[in-house]
Design a binder for this molecule. Sequence first.
Ligand code: FO1
Length: 353
Amino acid sequence: MESPLDGSLTCSIDTTDDAIAYSRFINPLTLLASQPVPTGRVTVLAGGVGAARFLRGLLRAHRPSDVTAIVNVGDDFTLHGLHISPDLDTVTYTLAGQINPETGWGRAGETWRVLTELGRLGGQDWFQLGDLDLALHLFRTQRRSEGATLSEVTSEIAASFGLELRLLPVSDDPIRTRITPAEPADAPEIDFQDYFVAQRHGIAVRAVRFAGIDAAHPAPGVLDALSTADVVVIAPSNPFVSIGPVVGVPTIRDTLARRRDSVAAVSPIVGGASIKGPAGAMMRDLGHEPSVVGIARLYVEFAGTLVIDNADRDLADAVAGAGMTPLVTDTIMSSPERAAALAQMTLDAVSGP
Ligand code: FO1
């Protein structure tokens, strides 16, 4: 089985008492109430919905101007001639308080007049772009045609939404996630959004590939944000299709590995399944154990700490055995307050005393 993170599986196993004893059991909400807003630079590797919710919590617990989010662009694609960047937009709308709370993507209070008319004309309406959302894609596409890079237009959009953190696409170069279905045996590769939206990620996956990644460069500011941050957090995002296209950009994985002791990942897997989306099923399809231990084996080369949910506390020793220091807490971000508590706990786990 092919997997985009297979290269990360060689690891040194740390089963010292320290690693195991570091596993903590704390009520995060109690902890947050007693903490001042901390300073220090934090860089977060982000996918879509889970990462956006984590970042929303982080910005409650931390000074926004000290936070950089490095966002996956492997989900980007072109539709109706427009450049669509779903993960960047999910993060932007969430942090601006304008996300659709039911879907976790798209705008709150959206209208659908253009999509409805497109459907009537027989156009492509399988990917739901609302009227307000379309304006953003028109703006991005126009600015790109004028020569602006993706990071330039991302920062213009972030400023227009009043965001104070630094929002960076992982690369200005095109990276496109491609999925090979498991069935039939000779199934051709399909675009990520074809798999995720058109097929509702309901099919088994044989392989994941990031077209263009070998030639991609980190966007301006990315390597600096990764090497100068006090803490790097890998958000609770799909390890293959959200974090894979970030750490797969040349030099990023090595930059993280050099500072792995201050890199913490939040597991997107709780109780053997993903909180949202196809991460758990994809792990199984690609030959990995769909558990926090499977996540630890994927991340151990470049992250030192793995934040796992209370539901997985019995696996804390196995996470330590896989080489990552486990931190056991409530990772379910059922409210912005709980997300803030999770963010605070994650930072504390890798910050000095
Ligand atoms: N996800 C869906 O399941 N169906 C959609 O129609 C859809 C539209 C959409 C429009 C704009 C946008 O920014 C995101 C959208 N998403 C939709 C979500 C998105 O495709 C995925 O969540 C991510 O690519 C995975 O992180």
